[in-house]
Design a binder for this molecule. Structure first.
Ligand code: FRU
Length: 480
């Protein structure tokens, strides 16, 4: 028996204490990334929702700050966003010292009522004052939430746009404002595509296709719960055009109607930073799933504490004639690589030991075999850990995290599956720590994020399926 808590996550943002869920108010301001997040200042359950706060200059090392916006008698402080009010359109700051303005959902349970409210900060995001005229956008409904605000500058003019959801209607509603306090309706999107759950935490932003500034599309992110591709919470994205009033989805090129941001169980409520250049568009998502988030074992200072997935830089790329969102994780530079090259593998074979946290880059040629298995954090080459398998015929990667999952929650022991472009050579970038794995395939256009049961083992092993495979290169590096 040991009383020593397991080490804190090394790769991921985690709060110092208490409950955490969605990222909120992501804004880059004066050289710092501000991350607000759904927190319970008073405990470890999803209750008394308020905005916690941390900031960072590099998205790797975080400074923790006091709770920024607290729940009060008007309701809990649900998810939302923040912008720098350049031009002082709200009158809450000044022309020289623009205020930070947050739009969040004021959520009351008795009676059920959700409306959008405003708070502002004149000390660069540390302390916030709620607006006396709250709520600023009220439809008199009970499931209207998660405002994401951005500045629209385009042919239609220059004004603030808010995307928010009528969650149970599976609708994204767009409103506009000149001063962040008075909002008028523009248009709506949905219900369509993935609708087997409530819609939450939308985001809408432009990206250049293959970096071409003359070919800009808009990406609409919609989290939904349940109904995600891996079960429970998940996020779909829709690529289209936005004319300042209406978002119009592109005609689907391939017939695959739904695009998923992530094929794992634990990437939810992801939204992007305001205040960055178009080519630096960066997403942070909560690394959990409402199927079990409330039931994960909670011990102060341990890994199952609640955390964010790795921040990801987003771009749009054309793959086989179809546009896809590409995600590239942002981390400290990893340490020295241990490299294995040019090894033929049939039966399970240990490739090395994994660090507590780090990166594995993989290039395997399946040759005549039908696929391979990679065992991560195994007890031995044959057992334990999580197993990532490639099935060449099915063109799929699967991640099996059932080992050690008994007793966590009945739906935690799962096997996830992700389509990949296929072929006999597969390249992967995998970030792993004691509590999670994030798999980037097809250059980051396919991503799978899962929490994993705490594992004792450290073995990294490879095994050919239906024949011998060739490890062209596997490199393991500790997190920097
Ligand atoms: C998404 C969500 C949001 C809501 C928040 C409450 O995970 O359900 O829709 O604002 O969490 O904590």
């Amino acid at each position: 028996m040991t009383d020593a808590p397991a080490p804190r996550p090394l790769l991921h943002f985690a709060p110092e204490r208490n409950w955490i869920n969605d990222p909120n108010g992501l804004v880059f301001h004066k050289g710092r990334y501000h991350l607000y997040y759904q927190c319970n200042p008073d405990g470890v359950i999803h209750d008394h929702l308020s905005w916690g706060h941390a900031s960072s200059t590099d998205l790797v090392e975080w400074d923790h700050h006091p709770v920024a916006i607290r729940n009060d008698e008007a309701g809990e402080i649900y998810s939302g966003s923040a912008v720098v009010d350049r031009g002082n359109t709200s009158g809450l700051g000044s022309a020289d010292a623009p205020a930070l303005v947050a739009l969040y959902t004021q959520a009351s349970k008795h009676p059920n009522h959700q409306a959008q409210a405003l708070a502002h900060s004149v000390d660069d995001g540390l302390t916030w004052t709620k607006y006396a005229g709250n709520p600023v956008l009220d439809r008199g409904t009970g499931e209207f939430r998660d405002p994401k605000v951005f500045r629209y500058e385009g042919p239609a003019g220059s004004y603030w746009v808010m995307v928010a959801v009528e969650a149970t209607d599976r609708q994204v509603l767009l409103h506009r404002s000149d001063d962040l306090t008075r909002w008028t309706f523009l248009s709506s999107f949905g219900p369509e595509r993935a609708v087997d759950g409530v819609w939450e935490c939308p985001d809408l932003f432009p990206l250049a296709v293959d970096g071409d500034p003359s070919d800009v599309r808009w990406v609409l992110l919609i989290s939904l719960n349940p109904g995600g591709i891996a079960g429970g919470s998940g996020t779909q994205y829709v690529i289209g055009r936005f004319d300042g009033v209406t978002f119009t989805a592109d005609a689907d090129a391939t017939g695959e109607a739904i695009d998923w941001l992530d094929f794992g169980r634990d990437c939810y409520a992801g939204v992007t930073f305001d205040g960055l250049a178009r080519e630096d568009r960066t997403l942070i998502a909560w690394m959990s799933n409402w199927d079990y988030a409330r039931y994960l074992p909670f011990t102060e200072g341990t890994l199952q504490h609640g955390m964010m997935a790795l921040p990801r830089r987003l771009s749009l790329v054309r793959v086989d004639g179809r546009l896809r969102l590409r995600q590239q994780p942002i981390t400290a530079s990893p340490g020295e690589e241990q490299v294995t090259q040019g090894v033929l593998v049939d039966a399970p074979r240990a490739i090395g030991e994994l660090p507590d946290a780090g990166r594995i880059t993989v290039r395997i040629d399946t040759q005549e075999a039908s696929g391979f298995r990679l065992r991560l954090n195994g007890d031995s080459p044959e057992g334990g850990g999580v197993v990532l398998a490639y099935d060449r015929g099915a063109r799929r990667l699967t991640l099996d995290r059932r080992h050690g999952a008994d007793g966590i929650h009945e739906s935690f022991g799962s096997v996830e599956s992700m389509p990949v472009s296929g072929g006999h050579v597969i390249e992967l970038v995998i970030w792993i720590d004691r509590a999670s794995v994030e798999v980037f395939a097809d250059g980051g256009t396919r991503v799978l994020t899962d929490l994993i049961a705490p594992q004792q083992g450290r073995v990294l092993a490879v095994e050919g399926i239906g024949g011998e495979v060739r490890v062209d290169r596997i490199a393991v590096a500790p997190a920097g």
